[in-house]
Write a protein that binds this ligand. Structure first.
Ligand SMILES: NC(=O)CC[C@H](N)C(=O)O
Length: 526
């Protein structure tokens, strides 16, 4: 890898838990490597997420992999995330294979054979990437020691074994229990799997590393495996989170810039935390503006002081509609619309603002009345629209991306990004439009004026530049707090050959039970 043309380096970044920081560590490693002149790509065999992105050639992949591709300074591709599971309920998910939906499957159906069938294609995607990049940094899912799922695994040790990748296990020390987690994660793997587990990376550490070091030495004594770095707890790096289901955002304030507002007033944005929220990252660009406060809400009272209410995308348009009605938010939205106070509906949030929804695909609820705030009729199609549209709104160029089954027929209002606007109610299928800086500023000016706020958008916020800065900070974290020489050796040469076996190893599988417990969320590791 040090010389041009050297191919085949790789690493699997696994975690002791979900949310240990695998995605950001993977991105950080990609950014550090590309800065060293290494041609690097990210990969995740299977991702479970409602936050997805559309590649230039129209394939849907997890946003986390798209973000990692940006960290690696390469164009995202379906090869980087061949399987994407999009939960539609606690028990079933839409399976997206190589960027296209192939059907809805229950967790049981998925683990009962379908996932195994995907192993070959997933490994082929990884091999294809490895043949054209110096290094591929793979992200695992959940924990590699999910002993109930190991047999059919296509994202953790299954992939590491097939591609002979060294494995680095990331642990979140902020939650505590990191030593037991590292030890246990290793000790519950088979001897063959353990041979690839090269060592550990401590994430989210606060305080004095010298206090941690004796523990890391003891861990090495116990496992024969070293720790490759201790990354400090860093705020503001939660970019492009994976899973809108697991992370309850209700009541949460979107991490915003600390710069003071320019005008006399701030602008308050309330985002309805609808069920199965998709691409809630759309509002990150609002939170990046000085003086814009973005929070997720689920009660009508919380809309009262909001200058803008966003109804975001959702994998369950009809379900979200019911939820808005049950919680009294629907009435509040109608009142706002009548008063000329701004509302922005994005994708599923746009669909439900319309007059009528015909859905035999997503909810199978048939004919459903929408909130009637926009002159739009939506009919769900089996075919998914995946697109990267560009256009103009408020005199500014806008780029976006579309991921939806619903097809909107716009019957009136003023055209707005393939959707429409009536009064101060705006609706579009486009995600990501707020990342277009000029448009975002114009839109915020318009909202401020409609809301009667003396808010002034900063003239120079560049969302793209902020995103790049964040990725650079991730690269810095690796460069400054990991043993990069050792990491590079690992990526180039694979796991050391003398890693000891830690008892007891993988437990034997029990005889198959006729009525095994329900597996909970589909594809549990996420
Ligand atoms: N991304 C979305 O919000 C999707 C909207 C809706 N569930 C559809 O598929 O049409």
């Amino acid at each position: 890898m040090t010389g041009p043309g050297r191919r085949g380096g790789g690493l699997l970044v696994a975690g002791t838990t979900s949310d240990a920081g695998k995605s950001v560590v993977t991105a950080g490693i990609c950014r550090w490597l590309v800065r060293q002149g290494v041609k690097v790509a990210p990969f995740k065999g299977q991702n479970m997420s409602l936050n997805s992105f559309v590649t230039r050639d129209g394939a849907e992949i997890g946003r986390a992999q798209a973000m990692q591709a940006q960290a690696a300074r390469v164009e995202p591709s379906a090869l980087m995330n061949p399987v994407l599971l999009k939960p539609g309920s606690d028990r079933s998910s839409q399976v997206v294979l190589m960027g296209k939906p192939v059907g809805e499957l229950s967790a049981r159906g998925y683990h009962g054979g379908r996932q195994e069938a995907l192993f070959g294609p997933v490994v082929e995607c990884l091999e294809e990437l490895r043949s054209s990049y110096d290094a591929v940094i793979c992200e695992g899912a959940g924990s590699p020691a999910e002993i109930n799922l190991r047999r059919t695994d296509i994202v953790n040790m299954g992939i590491a074994r097939a591609a002979r990748l060294p494995v680095l296990v990331v642990g979140d020390i902020d939650r505590g229990g990191v030593f037991a987690s590292f030890f246990g994660t290793t000790a519950l793997l088979s001897a063959e799997d353990q041979r690839l587990v090269a060592g550990y990376l401590v994430n989210k550490f606060r305080g004095d590393v010298s206090l941690l070091e004796p523990g890391l030495d003891m861990l090495e004594g116990l496992t024969g495996r070293r720790t490759y770095g201790v990354l400090p707890y860093t705020h503001g790096l939660g970019i492009d989170e994976e899973d809108g289901l697991r992370v309850s955002l209700r009541g949460a304030v979107r991490e915003s810039v600390v710069a003071p507002p320019l005008g006399e007033d701030v602008l308050r944005v309330a985002v309805c935390a609808v069920p199965l929220m998709s691409n809630f990252t759309d509002v990150d660009a609002l939170a990046a503006e000085p003086g814009v406060i973005v929070r997720f809400v689920d009660r009508p009272e919380e809309l009262a002081d909001a200058d803008l209410v966003v109804v975001p995308g959702t994998r369950g348009t009809v379900r979200a509609l019911e939820w808005l009605r049950e919680r009294g938010l629907a009435g509040e939205l109608a009142r706002r619309a009548a008063e000329g106070r701004p509302v922005l509906g994005i994708c599923g949030g746009f669909q439900l603002l319309g007059e009528h929804i015909e859905d035999e695909v997503e909810s199978r609820a048939g004919s459903v009345a929408g909130l009637g705030l926009l002159p739009v009729r939506v009919r769900f199609a089996a075919e998914k629209t995946l697109a990267r549209p560009t256009g103009t709104a408020l005199g500014e160029r806008v780029e976006g991306y579309e991921i939806h089954h619903g097809v909107a027929e716009v019957l009136g209002g003023e055209a707005f990004l393939s959707g429409c606007r009536v009064g101060e109610v705006w609706g579009t299928h486009w995600h990501g439009s707020l990342e277009s800086d000029g448009f975002r500023r114009q839109f915020l000016r318009r909202v401020a004026s409609a809301a009667g706020r003396r808010f002034v958008p900063a003239p120079d916020t560049s969302f793209g530049a902020l995103r790049e800065e964040q990725l650079d900070r991730l690269g810095d974290l690796i460069e400054e707090h990991a043993d990069t020489d050792a990491l590079l050796r690992l990526i180039e040469r694979g796991a050391p050959s003398d890693l000891p076996f830690i008892a007891p190893g993988a437990p034997a599988a029990p005889p198959v039970r006729a009525t095994a417990g329900a597996p909970g969320r589909p594809g549990a590791p996420a």
